[in-house]
Design a protein around this ligand. Structure first.
Ligand code: ADP
Length: 357
């Protein structure tokens, strides 16, 4: 026996067990009746079924597919690799790369199936971001740009014939399109920097009043177009605090744009800002359709759009993911509640690190 070979330890049961435990991929073994008989730590992390609780459970319960159906049927024949969308025990949707092998290829009642699972939700989302860029970005830019071009051309050609009111209406339309484009570009740039791991907030002393007024100013053309009143409820005295004012404005604009887009015209939108011992809490309430309870855990993920929104004219499914990323960079949390009487309340809380008086 060569020296190199003799240095490889024999695969004792203890070593095999340690090996399987240390593998970050999920390993699940399912018996012929479709029940889980083994689940390593990786699989417990992926499925959310901890401390051996998956053992004895039907695989369909441990790894329900998004949209229903049988996991084993959809994971293809033995030896195949597939990609499946599943729901974790805590309700979060995941995309898994699944490879399937038969442990006893002779089949029968003792046949077992080994499933190796890898959580590819993030890399899948990155892939979708790239595909999205290629497939849809021109449309997202072209729509406001065409409106912009039409308004500017009208102004240039017939400027002298327009009444001041008509000129103002055209300028408002220009302003509306520019605002939409700016929000889109800001969100895309931030997403790219998060993707590249370069996302960093820049804290500086910030007057919360100025921040809210800036968000309200940016939102004005969108709200005017939909005849929605923005009702601000702020404490009389707001301290200067240390946070990233540009990013926080982006958070407010994204939440307010959604409140505007996804709720009816002529209905008010409320922005409540409160200071508590835990820090700053901001809530944006709308009177729209609300978000079904089962969607709430996922709505802050990239590219998640509800069916109704798919039909809306614009939107790429990045806004809420950015809100979450920015708030979390400030050590805060985001959340969503149903508004009593209809609609949604999107909120975030940020601890105030430094109060400058
Ligand atoms: P976008 O608006 O570009 O689609 P977002 O990430 O901002 O992306 O929102 C994701 C989805 O969440 C939207 O497509 C919509 O389905 C839903 N949504 C967001 N805000 C609201 C709201 N205030 N009311 C109802 N649905 C909302």
């Amino acid at each position: 026996m060569s020296p190199a070979r003799s240095s490889i330890p024999a695969l004792t049961p203890a070593l095999a067990g340690a090996l399987i435990r240390s593998i970050p991929e999920g390993i699940l073994v399912v018996d012929a009746a479709g029940r889980v008989v083994f689940c390593n730590q990786g699989a417990e992390g992926i499925t959310g079924w901890a401390d051996g609780s998956a053992c004895g459970e039907a695989l369909e319960r441990v790894l329900p597919l998004v949209g229903g159906g049988s996991f084993l049927d959809r994971s293809g024949p033995n030896g195949s690799l597939s990609s499946l969308d599943v729901v974790r025990r805590d309700g979060q949707a995941l995309t898994l790369a699944v490879s399937r092998t038969a442990l006893d290829p002779r089949g029968g009642a003792s046949a077992r199936t080994v499933l190796v699972l890898r959580d590819v939700t993030e890399s899948d989302a990155a892939q979708r971001l790239r595909s999205y860029f290629l497939a849809n970005i021109s449309h997202e830019f072209r729509t406001p740009l065409s409106a912009l071009k039409a308004s500017v051309e009208l102004l240039l050609e017939d400027f002298e014939q327009f009444s001041p009111a008509e000129t103002l209406a055209l300028l408002k339309s220009v302003h509306f399109s520019v605002t939409g484009l700016q929000t889109l570009i800001d969100n895309l740039l931030e997403s790219v920097s998060i993707e590249a791991g370069r996302f960093q907030i820049r804290r500086r002393p910030t007057d919360l009043n100025v921040l809210v007024q800036e968000a309200a100013r940016v939102m004005k053309p969108l709200l005017e177009r939909r005849s929605q009143e923005l009702r601000l409820r702020l404490p009389e005295h707001l301290p200067r605090v240390s946070l990233d004012p540009m990013r926080l404005t982006q958070v407010l604009v994204n939440l307010l744009s959604n409140a505007s887009k996804y709720s009816p015209m002529d209905r008010p939108i409320d922005l409540d800002l409160t200071l508590t011992q835990d820090g700053l809490k901001v809530a944006v309430s709308d009177r729209g359709q609300g978000i079904p309870e089962e969607e709430r855990a996922n709505i802050f993920r990239r590219f998640i759009r509800l069916d109704d929104a798919q039909r809306a004219q614009y939107g790429v499914g990045l806004g809420l993911a950015l809100v979450k990323a920015i708030v979390e960079e400030h050590d805060g949390v985001v959340g969503l509640d149903a508004r009593p009487g209809g609609g949604s309340i999107f909120w975030f809380r940020i601890p105030l690190q430094e109060e400058l008086g």
